[in-house]
Write a protein that binds this ligand. Structure first.
Ligand SMILES: [Zn+2]
Length: 120
């Protein structure tokens, strides 16, 4: 899997356009994102270019709610690790980091609300 390889969803076979914005571009108003998961229990409500599930590309139409939760959890974990590393290296946070952190908080909130749903 390389960046130059054409990306095709492994489930529906649709091509994944390479000219989509990266997942974090165009999110001008993170504070406007809904804090609730969707009705199916998915937490990645924003359209994304593609995800990699078990080594295969999956488009945002085909990813299951379970996979969304797993990816969201992994994203939050990776971000925490990256931030801890930067802090240890004495690198100041920059604005793009703020965006990533805000999105991680939105995802965490959705995961928490889902967990609350199961309890109730
Ligand atoms: Zn697909």
């Amino acid at each position: 899997m390389t960046d130059n390889e054409p990306k095709v969803c492994s489930r529906c076979g649709s091509g994944i356009a390479s000219d989509w914005p990266s997942p974090f571009e165009g999110w001008h108003a993170i504070q406007d994102l809904p804090d609730d998961p969707d009705d199916a229990g998915g937490v990645l409500r924003e359209r994304f270019q593609f995800a990699v599930v078990e080594g295969d590309y999956v488009c945002s139409d085909c990813i299951s709610p379970e996979e969304q939760r797993e990816l969201a959890g992994r994203y939050i974990e990776l971000l925490r690790e990256a931030l801890a590393q930067r802090e240890a290296a004495g690198i100041d946070p920059d604005w793009s980091e703020g965006t990533l952190i805000s999105y991680a908080q939105v995802l965490q909130e959705r995961l928490d609300r889902l967990a609350g749903r199961d309890d109730g």
